[in-house]
Design a protein around this ligand. Structure first.
Ligand SMILES: [Zn+2]
Length: 389
């Protein structure tokens, strides 16, 4: 009996850590959600949902800004708070770029580590933009923005994923419930607590239950294997190896929907993913973060004139794109940045970016953003922020 309890303990530990990723930089993890929409986390650890029907979509902030003048490696319009500060600030005019390389997850420009290789702009693409004519560069920028904001495509893919994995998620639920039942039975010594005859019956049935669960497990993996062909990955296909490993290790096969989602979604701006699969509050929060980062960027004083020029160009293009993308969700940039109401009688100013409120004295927030004055006196409820219009 006790060896079975240890086997089950290992089973549950493997289930707990299955699919968890510890990353070198903060990323968005969208999910969990049984249905089509979910919340998000932002951090260095990305873990899949516990529910067998849960899904996960990862997204990184765009790690660079590019315009007609050149490219720099500090993001603009970032959705993450705090935003990643990955590399020493660098800015290049396009004609200055003589070499672009990719190694160990980083894009290198002129031999210097430039930005993480998130897939938003690949090394070869950056090289192509550097070689392009000014007119072509404008098209490149528009094309990249269009590619990062494919909310509709992401939503369609999400529906496909959930629709085609219904049976698989159901089978996963059966195995998970069965494993929980077996654990209760063995660890709780149920056989010893019931009358002797019932205990004998249970002992006879047990092997069949285990066999049944093994069959359901194998069926789920085989179905997932078959559905893989109809859920084509946009990047390199890694799911077959994961499915094979899941077949041999059942605790890794209890989130097959999340496993099939790996590499199935195109590389997007986090806001685009939120607009496609986020709950309304997720959409409003990330939309506010992006709009606030575009309007009240931080660290501009330390930036070189070249970097500032590039970021101004990039922000203008991104702001226009974001305004268009927000409309179907009923959000507008103006509506998102409506002043908050004062949270205490002493509040005199607020930071438009982080929304912290200050009593008299300070004129800039610790991040360097100029504070705004409350137009309405504290206590006036008419200034309550209306995020959704
Ligand atoms: Zn602030």
């Amino acid at each position: 009996m006790s060896e079975w309890v240890s086997v089950l303990a290992v089973f549950w530990v493997l289930w707990l850590i299955d699919g968890a990723k510890v990353l070198s930089r903060r990323v968005f993890t969208f999910g969990p959600g049984w249905g089509l929409r979910g919340g998000f986390t932002f951090g260095r650890v990305s873990r899949p949902p516990f529910a067998p029907g849960g899904w996960r979509i990862n997204a990184s902030d765009v790690p660079l800004a590019l315009g007609a003048t050149g490219v720099c490696n500090r993001p603009a319009g970032a959705a993450g708070r705090p935003a990643n500060g990955d590399a020493t600030p660098q800015a290049w005019r396009w004609p200055e770029i003589t070499e672009v390389g990719v190694a160990a997850g980083w894009v290198y420009v002129n031999g210097r580590r430039f930005c993480p290789d998130t897939g938003h702009v690949t090394g070869p693409e950056l090289w192509a933009i550097a070689q392009a004519t000014p007119a072509e560069r404008g098209r490149w920028q528009a094309g990249l923005l269009a590619r990062w904001f494919q909310s509709r495509r992401t939503a369609v893919r999400q529906r496909l994923l959930v629709g085609r994995t219904r049976v698989i998620a159901g089978l996963n639920t059966v195995v998970l419930a069965g494993a929980a039942g077996l654990t209760l039975y063995l660890a709780g010594d149920i056989a010893g607590r019931v009358p002797a005859r019932a205990g004998e019956r249970l002992a006879q049935v047990l092997p069949w239950v285990v066999l049944g669960l093994a069959l359901v497990h194998a069926t789920a993996v085989v179905l997932a294997w078959r559905v893989l062909r109809r859920l084509k990955a946009v990047g390199p296909e890694k799911r077959r190896a994961n499915l094979f490993s899941a077949l041999l290790l059942p605790p890794q096969a209890l989130r097959l929907r999340a496993l099939l989602a790996e590499g199935f979604f195109p590389v997007q701006h986090p806001l685009a993913v939120a607009l496609a699969v986020g709950l309304p509050r997720t959409q409003a929060e990330l939309a506010f973060n992006v709009v606030a980062d575009l309007r009240w960027p931080v660290g501009e004083e330390e930036a070189s004139p070249l970097e500032r020029a590039i970021r101004v160009e990039f922000r203008a293009a991104l702001a226009a794109k974001v305004a268009v993308e927000l409309a179907p969700a009923g959000l507008t940039p103006e509506g998102l940045v409506v002043p908050p109401s004062a949270d205490s009688a002493g509040s005199r100013r607020y930071c438009p970016r982080c929304r912290a409120q200050f009593v008299a004295g300070l004129t800039v927030c610790p991040q360097g953003v100029t504070l705004e004055r409350f137009e309405n006196p504290p206590g006036d409820r008419s200034s309550i922020a209306k995020l959704r219009q």
